[in-house]
Design a protein around this ligand. Structure first.
Ligand SMILES: [Zn+2]
Length: 116
């Protein structure tokens, strides 16, 4: 499998549901109000241990974007996509950010959550 560098994250870590690979943390979460092919999707500032694929142009409800699919660097599950470029001014904040579909992730157990 070559010399792949695996990054391990600290804190509240979102992991690949299939293989458990570390992907990102709660600190990098920007928004939970996105939609992916499998339903709810989250926007993250930074995601590690993934592979980026070919950049394609996509017409979305929020305008034209250049995006690329992202897959898990370990098990190659398609996790979501990365925004490379947004053509609408108000969508620029998404550039270089990542969408991960909730369905493909294991969410961290948030320490502040209490069940009584
Ligand atoms: Zn995986």
């Amino acid at each position: 499998m070559g010399f792949r560098y695996t990054e391990y994250l600290d804190g509240q870590v979102y992991r690949c549901k299939k293989c458990g690979q570390h992907l990102t943390t709660h600190d990098d979460l920007m928004s939970k109000s996105f939609k992916g092919a499998m339903g709810t999707a989250y926007l993250f500032k930074k995601v590690v241990n993934i592979q980026e694929h070919e950049v394609v142009e996509k017409e979305m409800t929020t305008g034209k974007h250049l995006v690329c699919d992202i897959t898990c660097g370990e098990c190659t599950t398609t996790l979501g996509w990365k925004y490379i470029k947004a053509f609408e001014k108000q969508e620029k904040y998404k550039e270089d950010k990542y969408i991960l579909e909730k369905y493909f992730m294991t969410a961290p157990r948030l320490s502040q959550q209490r069940f009584v």
